[in-house]
Write a protein that binds this ligand. Sequence first.
Ligand code: GBH
Length: 473
Amino acid sequence: MSLPKDFQWGFATAAYQVEGATEKDGRGPTIWDKFCAVEGKIADKSDGSVACDSYNRTAEDIALLKELGATCYRFSLSWARIIPLGGRNDPINQAGIDHYVKFVDDLLEAGITPFITLLHWDVPDGIHQRYGGLLNREEFPLDFEHYSRVVYKALPKCKNWITFNEPFCSSILGYSLGYFAPGHTSDRKKSPVGDSSREPWIVGHNLLVAHGRAVKVYREEFKPTDKGQVGITLNGDYAYPWDPEDPEDVAAANRKIEFAISWFADPVYFGKYPDSMRKQLGDRLPEFTPEEEALVKGSNDFYGMNHYTADYVKHGTGEAAPEDYLGNLTTHSTNKNGDSIGPETQSFWLRPNPEGFRLLINWLSKRYGYPAIYVTENGTSIKGENDLSFEQILDDQFRVDYFRTYVHAMAKAVSEDGCNVRGYMAWSLMDNFEWAEGYETRFGVTYVAYNDGQKRTPKASAKEMQKIFKEVM
Ligand code: GBH
């Protein structure tokens, strides 16, 4: 069991979850600042205005990465720091650019390879107000293309680019369930606007085209000289049939992965949506124009994989509801025999199942022709962690076990199954703003004392990571 010698490993974060300083140096507002201000949207009524204060502590964060032995760091840029209103004719904010230029320089100086995500959900509110943001098929891809060009030009030393983090979440959680910004849903108890049967599919389509545009810009204008690589990061759980003897459950488990992952990955690798989705969604799923298809097909230099958990899947009966986004099926934490998929965590959607990680790496590798994969997120919360004492929080054996079993499962996918995984970034470097769950759910390998000046203290898992990678390299 061994990973290649040049395998990169480290940790990941995202701008809105760690930076804070939301009004500093000319940053514009984002849809997440607005969403957090709406009563009832965030569990502990918090927001990202201070978060981990990472905007003001870049040196401290880099020292931490170094101390933990990381060889790479994935973080996202705040588009609204760079172009406060977001659009291609709007002013550029040099202070925002300068901040990230220094951060990249300092990371490289410390021997840490940056992986930059261009957009991790925090769409500038300026373009959301102006033309509906992600819903606008003409404007959004052009504005994202422009933003990407500004960024590539400013940061030629970064060689690893991720266009979008988890377009599934922007689409489904933002425009179907209304659980994430901007909170659109058909459920009128939750939102005055939204159409869960149509908007998520439009948003997903526009994100794909915007990704294609940003990749084209990199490949044509920057890659020849800068020699970096660019891809998109997709989230997805592994899916096991609830009853492995029932062919309909077997088909539904596969369909679950197609609806979550192949929705984006099939267009990126094959230029079309999965047949299972076209069949269920009909013309609610947009068609690629020939120009769009040319932009999207073949647009990954690598596959960015965010992965946390697995589900048991039971096929649905009858027609799927118009707002169904799973593929006419239900997900379960136990199977027909009553076996549990894994222990509970603080996150209702997350139960560790390391074997599912190996299986999903294999599933993706087979379907997409053994692409280079970077695991851009993997990690866990712990049930009740936030209620423990400081000493108990630091001794996070549950997280240590999670990382050890998941990293070993990944190493087997590489050395025994022939999959091409080239890097791994644990979620997360530190506890941070966990979106709609606020600060009550912690995902960090480092404890952040929100009531004590955001002081950072590495947990056991932070220190164990280097050991875990030594076991498999
Ligand atoms: C990641 O998404 C995010 O990229 C990261 O910002 C976040 O902090 C981290 O997870 C931990 O949560 O509401 O029933 O549809 C993980 C993938 C996919 C997990 C959507 C939650 C929602 C379940 N996410 N899922 S549901």
